[in-house]
Design a protein around this ligand. Structure first.
Ligand code: NAP
Ligand code: G4F
Length: 326
């Protein structure tokens, strides 16, 4: 296999760490971009730091000159933009920062590629959150979202990502760049950040058990348990990102399992698998409800199945077991 170079942003996060592993296994040189931080946040990639093909670089999406210089210096075959302010709840508290990183930051990359490395293929991390409150309905009543479903985002995060999604489309059609977006539904793993609901639940369970099931252990505080999400495993989803950039032409794809579950179902199954009852330990906290909510997500991945040959390998139950480490 010929050696390729890929720039990957967001390598300190969940997807960036799994994608870096996949690319290194596939004989790539990975230009691993992280923003400067005063504390060490490399725990998800510690095992990659000694690999000579994993080249750590400082990079902030909001600084155009740094973005341009990195692209000009490495002229990569592929660029995977996984960096973002990725928490929907936080986007209501920091809407401008969210827009600066998730939209202006993507524009910086597009401009950098256009001017300094137009052969580079770009993957942009779009999201099911862009669908917001909208879904399509099949004749049998099944509700789902796919590439044709109209997007009506319900959060500053969703709006910022949709603006970036549209920006990618303009650069693809207007400047003939190979730029595409994966519309990924929720995906989790043992490396998921602790402020997302699945990991918050799993971490509470592990900490409670480690406490010896102390009666003084604080309750698990959660918000909306009725929301539905289509949850897959991050390892499956980074494989789809790579597959999208190996195509002849750039296209956007929905990446999802096609199954949906409520937060309550995730909670019940995780607690049940360690013989605990959520009713004894969970408290609903009104402060954790969002000003606007996406109540229902269920992706239809037919296009990715047929066109990319992509299929998820990990089930909902398998995901929970992997996160619990059992
Ligand atoms: P994550 O774990 O929160 O990682 C986000 C990464 O972005 C972190 O490495 C973070 O670095 C970096 N970052 C934030 N602001 C930056 C900036 N200004 N400059 C450079 N880097 C910056 O997110 P993830 O779950 O891996 O998701 C990867 C991407 O897919 C994100 O764009 C997310 O919005 C999108 N997405 C995720 C899902 C999902 O379910 N996981 C679904 C659809 C789309 P620090 O460590 O410095 O904070
Ligand atoms: O785990 P979440 O914070 O994920 P959310 O909002 O769906 O966003 C994730 O998936 C998107 C793809 O659809 C990504 F684009 C985005 O970057 C991120 O990875 O919340 C899931 C659901 C929501 O309905 C939320 O209201 O869980 C509900 N929830 C209930 N209690 C909670 C909590 N969410 C969080 N984070 N914390 C709670 O205590």
């Amino acid at each position: 296999m010929t050696k390729k170079t890929a720039i990957v942003t967001g390598i300190t996060g969940q997807d960036g760490s799994y994608l870096s592993e996949l690319l290194l296994q596939s004989n790539y040189t990975v230009i691993a971009c992280r923003r400067r931080s005063s504390t060490n946040n490399l725990e998800r990639v510690t095992h990659l730091l000694d690999d000579p093909n994993f080249i750590l670089t400082e990079f902030d999406l909001t600084d155009p000159s740094g973005v341009y210089q990195t692209i000009q210096k490495y002229q990569p075959d592929e660029f995977y933009n996984l960096a973002a302010q990725s928490h929907v709840g936080t986007s209501f508290k920091q809407p401008s920062t969210t827009f600066e990183i998730n939209t202006v930051g993507v524009t910086n990359i597009l401009e950098g590629i256009r001017h300094y490395s137009p052969h580079t293929k770009l993957y942009q991390a779009s999201t099911s959150e862009m669908f917001g409150r909208n879904y399509s309905t099949e004749t049998d009543g099944k509700r789902y979202q796919n590439e044709k479903t109209e997007m009506l985002p319900q959060s500053p995060y969703g709006i910022a990502k949709l603006a970036a999604h549209n920006m990618v489309e303009i650069y693809r059609s207007g400047y003939n760049l190979f730029a595409c977006c994966g519309i990924l539904f929720n995906h989790e793993s043992p490396r998921r950040g602790e402020n997302f609901v699945t990991q918050k639940i799993v971490k509470w369970i592990k900490d409670y058990i480690a406490s010896g099931k102390s009666p003084d252990f604080p309750k698990l505080k959660l918000g909306n348990l009725a929301a539905h999400r289509d949850w897959g495993h991050a390892k499956d989803y980074v494989r789809a990102m790579w597959m999208m950039l190996q195509q002849e032409t750039p296209k956007d794809y929905v990446i999802a399992t096609g199954e949906t579950h409520s937060v309550q179902e995730f909670l019940d199954l995780a607690f049940k698998s360690v013989q605990l009852n959520p009713e004894d330990h969970v408290e609903i906290d009104p402060d954790l409800f969002r000003p606007a909510e996406v109540e229902y997500l269920c992706g239809d991945p037919t296009f990715a199945n047929n066109d990319l040959g992509w299929n998820p390998q990990v089930s909902f139950e398998g995901l929970i077991q992997d996160m619990l480490g059992s």
